[in-house]
Design a protein around this ligand. Structure first.
Ligand code: SF4
Length: 356
């Protein structure tokens, strides 16, 4: 099977080209063709001499990730089911918004964490995604929407909130982020990339030291250790005090906030007391809160909080000066909402678990 080129840094491409054409600018030309122009055929990399293009095309593919299916919701959201070279499937979501568009990327196939409200958790971890497989998600979606060689028409945000815990696939995720940000490639600002974690505390500390790093979001879901231990078992390893201490110590840039994602589960974490505890927990952190109305799934024992309760929760936080937003679930009918990727329907689950 031919290896993929997407996912290699310019240095790695330089190394790959060394024996064929050692001119240092060849790697930059190839990188630009792959990432900025998003060519789909290596022969279209017309900056490169024809024999080099042909040699590369004989030995490599651009990406070995394929679009297996696309589901379009009435609000414009598109859910992509993608097939990896070993047959494993993952999902990504395109979310058009008024001023910019967002692509939600997966970082693992399945997930080893067992968050109780999440459908992906039911898959367990199939495997980590390689950097090229993370980059390919955005690459395939942009090509599907705009076609190769065409620039996105509007601003683009990337959120690492799809399948998987990004900080448990640290090296590949950071490499993909550096590739996205490369000025010769997609040239996406690091401030337009958001990484959401369930709370892998040592890796949050490590992320803080990276010269290029995304914005940080924490999936919180509970305000006591007792409840969070149940809803998000990772809390037993790194409880709320440790997680929030890492957030407090996180060096924020100008105009940077840590986002706290709070999925609202009726009668479980959506009371006024929860809101008040959350205010106390977030003291000393430049925080904003995204309240996420839960998108019910028949397989899971949770219900969506009533609108009035969600509004009250927001009101209490706002009154305490915490910017709080209600994130309306997008693409509900195609199961594209946060934490619900993959396996929203039983047949999807079967498909995802069965390499083809
Ligand atoms: S919510 Fe995120 S971290 Fe938790 S199981 Fe689902 S994919 Fe994994």
């Amino acid at each position: 099977m031919r290896e993929a080129l997407l996912g290699r840094t310019r240095e790695e491409l330089k190394e790959l080209l060394r024996a064929r054409d050692p001119k240092p600018y060849r790697a930059h030309q190839l990188f630009e063709a792959l990432h900025r122009r998003r060519i789909v055929d290596l022969r279209a990399a017309t900056d490169l001499p024809l024999p080099l293009r042909e040699a590369l095309a004989a030995e490599y593919v651009i990406t070995d990730v394929e679009v297996a299916d696309v589901f379009q919701a009435s609000d414009g959201t598109r859910r992509y089911l993608l097939r990896l070279r070993d047959g494993v499937r993952i999902e990504s979501v395109w979310i058009p918004e008024p001023y910019a568009d967002t692509i939600c990327l997966s970082t693992q196939a399945g997930c080893p964490l067992a968050c109780q409200f999440c459908m992906t958790a039911r898959l367990g971890l199939l495997r980590n995604l390689e950097a090229g497989e993370i980059v390919a998600q955005a690459w395939l979606i942009l090509n599907d929407l705009y076609g190769p060689e065409a620039k996105p028409k509007r601003g683009l945000n990337l959120v690492l909130m799809g399948m998987g815990e990004p900080l448990l696939n640290y090296e590949n995720v950071m490499k993909a982020i550096r590739l996205f940000c490369d000025s010769r490639g997609m040239n996406i600002s690091q401030r337009r990339i958001t990484l959401s974690t369930a709370g892998v505390v040592p890796r949050i500390r490590r992320l803080a030291t990276e010269p290029i790093r995304p914005e940080l979001a924490i999936s919180l879901a509970a305000t006591t250790n007792a409840l969070r231990d149940q809803l998000m078992p990772i809390n037993r390893r790194w409880p709320l005090e440790e997680l929030l201490a890492a957030c407090r110590a996180y060096p924020l840039r100008r105009n940077e906030w840590i986002s706290f994602e709070y999925v609202m589960l009726e009668g479980i974490n959506d009371g006024e007391e929860d809101a008040r505890r959350l205010i106390r927990l977030l003291r000393g952190i430049r925080a904003k809160v995204n309240v996420i109305p839960y998108n019910p799934a028949p397989e899971l024992p949770f219900a969506s909080s009533p609108e009035s309760r969600i509004a009250r929760f927001q009101q209490i936080l706002r009154a305490a000066g915490i910017p709080t937003f209600i994130r309306r679930p997008r693409g509900r009918e195609i199961a594209a909402a946060c934490g619900q990727l993959a396996a929203r329907q039983r047949e999807d689950l079967a498909a995802l678990l069965t390499p083809s």
